[in-house]
Design a protein around this ligand. Structure first.
Ligand SMILES: [Zn+2]
Length: 190
């Protein structure tokens, strides 16, 4: 449907995708995405990391897989391919609510929105801070609102993006790689 560059999706197809009903399946999918490690399938516990595609993992699971030479996703070769997330704890959250999608362990430090899958959330690759996407929208910001470290557009990484965002995520991953390479070259020249 439209993704192969052949056909253009009709409006009703687009609307259908957007208006996903909040079914039981949908809720368990969200819980799985936002509460569990994408690699070990264990509950997420800090330190939590993300990869270039915005999936969430326990850092310990990634390290363990590397030590045991277990298979990792293709785009994760070293710890440099994952980002430590600087998450903001939700003061309202209690451990016994871990299976209730409407109460999230983490929130956006700017808007106070919960990181539950209901709102788009992004991390900044430059510092690891995590925000609701709308906290960074409509503002010509160059510095992270939480830690003030500078960032640019290629540093913005959507967490658990829907399928349509994957291409953008891959492009940004490439931009960051190229930038790192050219930064290395500059250092060598000096
Ligand atoms: Zn920051």
């Amino acid at each position: 449907m439209g993704c192969d560059g052949g056909t253009i999706p009709r409006r009703n197809e687009l609307v259908k995708v957007k208006q996903k009903p909040e079914t039981k399946d949908h809720t368990s999918h969200l819980i799985f995405q936002w509460r569990y490690c994408n690699l070990s399938q264990q509950l997420l516990q800090r330190p939590i990391v993300t990869c270039g595609l915005g999936k969430l993992y326990n850092k310990s699971a990634i390290i363990e897989a590397m030590i045991n030479k277990e298979s990792l996703p293709n785009h994760i070769k070293t710890l440099k391919d994952v980002l430590d997330l600087n998450l903001t704890r939700n003061p309202e959250f209690r451990e016994d609510a871990i299976m209730r999608i409407e109460i999230s362990p983490y929130i956006c430090p700017v808007t106070g929105l919960e990181m539950s899958g209901k709102f788009r959330f992004v991390a900044l690759w430059s510092c690891g801070c995590v925000f609701a996407e709308r906290a960074l929208k409509n503002v010509e910001m160059k510095a992270c609102p939480k830690c003030q470290k500078c960032f640019d557009k290629s540093d913005i990484l959507e967490l658990n993006p829907d399928f349509s965002a994957e291409e953008t995520m891959k492009e940004r991953m490439e931009v960051r790689k190229r930038r790192k390479k050219s930064a290395k070259r500059v250092i060598k020249k000096k």
